[in-house]
Design a protein around this ligand. Structure first.
Ligand code: FAD
Length: 404
């Protein structure tokens, strides 16, 4: 049996590794359009920006690993077409690879900012190791930076730039940072943290143009007409899933490649996992597409188990983390739609959690510097253990004992 995986990011890599660890003995071909071995992205907006870039530190495994495990790694060549009738994929260099099962792990790419000046030198995006290296080198010769977008990546970059002593302005269209993912209390905590670290937070305003001086980015003009000067600009306004290849092959797409609870597309020989996959979650309307290491890894493992004979639907508690200054944020569950937010601990101390409920049902937990709460939350959510808002607020109520 031959399994071809398109995309050698976190999900594609993990699928290959998990297939072998589940005893799959057939052919595995991992095709990626980026150069080099698969690597992890989370450090790109964190430690990688602080230190001298070292690609090897990012590698998920050294090149030898792929030879040792009979995983054929084809780098730097995008797949341009899937021929579902012939069960084969075609690469840009006209190579064709046949498959019995095809895994789409094509991830996502930067959402581009559609304003004048967005293509100037000195405008950075951050998805790949190359982009992180370009940003690091730019920051070394800059004294000021504008970050467009106060999402996780934008704010991690802002924190790294402040650590390097740059003057940093963050411009965000919404009225609070990380608004799509976090409760307003948590947004407020991080907004204050950035302000206290000297970041100029410009909320509720978009960017009209990226301005130029001497042919390079020199700052932005906001929608309200304010001109902010800077030596470089970072755009962090989210990503779009890489779905075109699937759509071209006639597979359904809807803000992601549509799969069922087994991560299968309607073509039983094709699955999709990771940032590119839109899948159903029991009890939640519509499809969900998550962008996290947990989602990429757990979906890859679930699919590998299925392809090697353990039929199991995908069910996992989503979790995510971010690091900004001395605050480590960890999130468990999906908190959108919560109507009750219970603080456990003290926000002012920088060590606390927010338990997010819809009525009496716990949807998720956001923790800052409280890894024990985070781990307990993942178990509570996985086991659907009943927890009341009163218990969550009571720091004498031992979460660990409750789930033991
Ligand atoms: P990707 O990692 O995007 O990999 C997909 C690969 O497929 C890419 O290499 C792409 O180029 C390739 N590809 C696409 N089309 C083709 C084609 N036609 N042919 C061949 N190859 C193709 N998550 C967390 O949980 N915590 C964090 O702290 C965190 N920090 C992050 C920081 C940054 C800067 C970034 C960019 C992401 C971060 N993430 C974080 C998100 C996490 O890295 C992603 O969710 C994860 O990488 C998704 O894995 P994936 O394999 O689905 O997609």
């Amino acid at each position: 049996m031959s399994i071809v995986i398109i995309g050698s990011g976190q999900a594609g890599f993990e699928a290959a590794v998990s297939l072998r660890s589940h005893g799959f003995s057939g052919t595995i071909t991992l095709v990626g359009d980026e150069p080099g071995v698969p690597y992890q992205r989370p450090p790109l907006s964190k430690a990688y920006l602080h230190s001298d870039p070292d690609r090897q530190s990012l590698a998920l495994r050294p090149a030898q690993y792929f030879d040792d495990h009979r995983i054929t790694l084809t780098c730097g060549k995008p797949v341009v077409r899937i021929d579902r009738d012939a069960q084969r994929v075609e690469l840009i260099d006209a190579t064709a690879i046949e498959y019995d099962h095809l895994i789409l792990a094509t991830g996502a790419r930067n959402r581009l900012l559609p304003v004048p000046g967005a293509n100037l030198p000195g405008v950075h995006y951050l998805r790949t190791a190359g982009e992180a290296e370009s940003l690091t080198s730019s920051m070394a010769s800059c004294s000021s930076l504008v970050v467009i977008g106060a999402g996780f990546i934008g704010l991690e970059v802002a924190a790294a730039a402040r650590k390097k002593g740059l003057d940093v302005t963050v411009v965000e269209a919404m009225d609070r940072p990380m608004a799509r993912a976090l409760s307003s209390v948590m947004s407020g905590y991080f907004s204050t943290a950035h302000t206290e670290h000297g970041v100029h937070m410009r909320l509720s305003t978009g960017v009209k143009t990226i301005n130029a001086a001497d042919g390079r980015a020199a700052g932005v003009t906001t929608n309200s007409g304010d001109v902010i000067h800077a030596d470089a600009v970072v755009v962090g306004i989210g990503v779009v899933p890489n779905i075109e290849l699937a759509a071209l092959a006639g597979l359904p797409v809807d803000n992601g490649i549509v799969v069922d609870e087994y991560l299968r597309t309607p073509d039983e020989n094709i699955s999709a996992i990771g940032d590119c996959a839109a899948y159903p979650i029991p009890g939640k309307a519509g499809l969900v597409r998550l962008e996290s290491v947990q989602n990429a890894v757990d979906q890859a493992r679930c699919l590998a188990a299925q392809l090697t004979g353990t039929s199991t639907h995908y069910r996992s508690v989503p979790w995510f983390w971010s690091e900004q200054y001395e605050s480590k944020l960890q999130m468990a569950g999906l908190t959108a739609g919560a109507d009750t937010h219970v603080v456990r601990g003290s926000v002012d101390s920088g060590v606390f959690s927010i338990f997010c409920f819809l009525g009496t049902r716990l949807l998720g937990v956001e923790s800052v510097n409280k890894p024990r709460d985070h781990m307990a939350a993942r178990k509570i959510l996985a086991t659907e253990m009943p927890l009341t808002p009163e218990q969550a607020a009571d720091t004498d109520f031992d979460l660990k004992l409750a789930i033991a």
